[in-house]
Design a protein around this ligand. Sequence first.
Ligand code: AHR
Length: 323
Amino acid sequence: MLKTRRHLLGATALALTLGPVLSVHAADAPLVLGFSQVGAESEWRTANTASIKDAAKQAGITLKFADAQQKQENQVKAIRSFIAQKVDVIAFSPVVESGWDTVLREAKNAKIPVILTDRAVNVTDPSLYVTFIGSDFVEEGRKAGRWVLDWAKKTVPQGEVNIVELQGTVGSAPAIDRKKGFEEIIKADPRIKIVRSQSGDFTRAKGKEVMEAFLKAKDKKIHLLYAHNDDMAIGAIQAIEEAGLKPVKDIAIVSIDGVRGAFEAMVAGKLNVTIECNPLLGPQLMQLAKDVKAGKTLPKRITTEEGVFTADVAAQELPKRKY
Ligand code: AHR
């Protein structure tokens, strides 16, 4: 009996001593961030993933990373699993725009803040996410359109200007917005028409396959290809060459992202221009995760600064590229 009481007293004394130590430790515990990535469909995405993983390490954040392999159902599962694991913050780059209300409400009910990176969602209640950091895809489409207007004036002064378009993943924010911005600008010249448009799912393989089909149709001269990302443009370049045509000379090519592969293609004379879309979002995302955890109010939208790179500056820019 006496022994038991001594044990109890000892345990209470230990708990009293350790109590403050344990709570200090809990407050100092690294922030846990659950991140659901779209997939590994492009050079851009690979750079984005590397940026997020590196930045988490640098910031001392524990990253739970899930690759959704371009499937929304996988992202929903990943978000639910982050909720079950009670992570501090959830971030994700949504594969498509719609269909997020339910799972984001679950995160909100669990009091886990959500940060959108790279791509937007279409939700009825904007309070379902804290902030959205990423590019302005409509503006990227406009930049591509402005380049095409100017090019058409100089290169095809008369007659129709036929464009084929390789769209990104169906229903994704960049595919919707890049199309919208581009069309908004090119309508200023009624000679310019998009004669064929199909999704190449943001991949090289699909870009090549769809371009092959465009070329086989042979019913209309193709003056220019507008690809929603560099990877699809690079796949399409292969298709153009295999069809015995010369990229840039026979078909002008405009794409988006500004990855190293696009700069190499421009140096090789196979791509006219790339519109930059910056994937290096990791450091900013980590800071936002820390800020939201610390209770700071964040701006609802954070847009990244980006440029336009034409073939004439490619050789000089290539060594400076970070992705
Ligand atoms: O969401 C950004 C887009 O997704 C990039 O332009 C593309 O390369 C990627 O797959």
